[in-house]
Design a protein around this ligand. Structure first.
Ligand code: ZN
Length: 212
């Protein structure tokens, strides 16, 4: 099955939900965080071979850094950049250490019955494109604030971005980007009020066409 390219335009990434889109090389995708508090788990796959995906282990290895920013090479496990950050008005906290939330985490947290998760959102979003992948890679956690302490422990901080902050991603190859508006409402990773909120995603037209 051939996956169609996402046309220019915007859509709401609903609170707690996910979406995957295919975009051509050079496409800019703007992710806006209206409240500044919402973490968005992000993955990218080579659209022509989804066995190649952005690898947070290799991002940390290639760049020798933990958070990602405009200077970071956001690479696959083949160590080729699949995407980059073209613009970033957020606080710059984009974690690469924590896993996507999944059913096991919500069970540990005492949730009874089904709770949406970033892992499920990834597979649902890809599934809507007819794409199946065998596992959930470590995500780039946009707008998520996690600090590695000198003593080796990790601290999950409250969100640090201002309302209306955005990150613009650039496709460095033909890629499928997947986003999950993290449904975590048990811990405070999405803010002290534990409230999951909508975000906005905008696929910008190719340069030269202008934005209507
Ligand atoms: Zn999550």
């Amino acid at each position: 099955m051939t996956v169609s390219y996402q046309p220019p335009g915007s859509f709401v990434l609903e609170a707690g939900r996910g979406k995957a889109i295919r975009v051509a090389p050079g496409t800019l995708v703007k992710i806006t965080n209206p409240y500044g508090t919402q973490a968005i788990d992000f993955w990218a796959y080579n659209a022509e071979d989804t066995a190649e995906y952005v690898s947070t282990e290799h991002i940390r290895s290639v760049n020798s850094t933990v958070p990602v920013n405009k200077a970071t090479r956001i690479v696959s496990w083949k160590r080729r950049p699949l995407v980059s950050i073209a613009e970033d008005t957020s606080s710059g906290d984009h974690d690469t250490l924590l896993c996507a939330c999944n059913a096991a985490i919500y069970a540990e947290l005492g949730c009874e019955g089904y709770h949406r998760s970033c892992a499920d959102n990834l597979h649902e979003g890809l599934g809507e494109l007819g794409v199946e992948v065998p596992f959930t890679p470590g995500p780039v956690n946009l707008f998520m604030s996690v600090r590695a302490e000198p003593d080796g422990t990790l601290t999950r901080l409250l969100p640090t971005s201002k309302p209306g902050s955005h990150v613009t991603l650039k496709a460095e190859r033909d890629v499928i980007m997947a986003f999950s508006c993290c449904p975590q409402d048990v811990t405070t990773i999405n803010g002290p009020d534990r409230t999951v909120r909508d975000c906005l995603i905008e696929v910008l037209p190719p340069s030269g066409e202008g934005v209507a």
